[in-house]
Design a binder for this molecule. Structure first.
Ligand SMILES: C[S@@+](CC[C@H](N)C(=O)[O-])C[C@H]1O[C@@H](n2cnc3c(N)ncnc32)[C@H](O)[C@@H]1O
Length: 225
């Protein structure tokens, strides 16, 4: 049972957050200082310069998921679990009840997901605490939907724009599966992202690029022809 003072604290923080943001900071070796911030009644996970989970990031991935026929999806792989806001969207907004595998390199973030956002392992959620680059290298399973959401602060690390990584991601996709890639928030990567989407197109994928989603991000949706 949840103690009454926890419920009181939770409600107080939510109410106070309409007046001013309430923030707690936790240090992470991968992402630097992480902030758990109540803002306008919603708890967010932020890095120094970026919203990692819940808030704008969640809206951006929801925009992508709306373009995908989720009724045909029987398995999901999330690369970059963060605080798990896309899991909440899949479960609560799209009523997706089937299995999800989530990969997250940062054990501190996995703890935050559990303690702050009630995202933890269950029969239908397997969390892999490992580097997504290594995960797809050795993975043998096929997934109907792969969500690629790998950031360190504002940047997608270069290795996640490489052909090697994308060959492995495409190899992890079922024949009719879909890849949803949250590609960038910074203009300096736009050439690399163009090169990458051209590369994915050569691998018989239908590739649709959505720019300025939420006025910031580029989203790429790639599906089998
Ligand atoms: C924008 S957040 C993900 C948000 C999440 N998809 C959600 O729905 O809330 C980006 C995440 O990528 C993770 N990440 C960065 N590099 C990684 C790597 N090499 N392997 C796995 N996860 C990584 C970060 O630790 C961070 O949690």
């Amino acid at each position: 049972m949840i103690p009454i003072n926890c419920i009181f604290n939770h409600n107080m923080k939510r109410l106070l957050s309409y007046i001013y943001p309430v923030t707690k900071t936790i240090a992470s070796k991968y992402s630097g200082p992480l902030e758990i911030t109540w803002y306008n009644g919603i708890k967010h996970l932020n890095s120094k310069n970026a919203n990692y989970s819940y808030g704008s990031l969640q809206r951006i991935l929801k925009f992508g998921l709306e373009k995908i026929e989720l009724s045909k999806v029987n398995s999901v792989l999330i690369l970059g679990m963060g605080g798990g806001s896309v899991i909440e969207t899949l479960r609560d907004h799209f009523n997706y009840t089937k299995h999800i595998d989530a990969v997250e390199i940062d054990p501190i973030i996995i703890e935050i997901a559990k303690n702050e956002f009630e995202i933890s392992e269950s029969e239908t959620l397997k969390i892999h605490c490992t580097d997504a680059f290594e995960f797809v290298k050795t993975n043998k399973e096929k997934f109907d939907l792969i969500i690629v959401d790998l950031f360190i602060d504002l940047m997608v690390p270069d290795k996640f724009l490489s052909a090697e990584f994308w060959d492995n991601v495409m190899g992890s996709k079922s024949s009719k599966g879909v890849i949803l890639f949250n590609a960038s928030v910074v203009d300096s990567k736009s050439d690399a992202i163009k090169t990458l989407s051209d590369y994915i197109k050569t691998k018989i994928f239908r590739v649709v690029v959505h720019e300025n989603v939420n006025n910031t991000n580029t989203i790429i949706i790639a599906s089998g022809l």
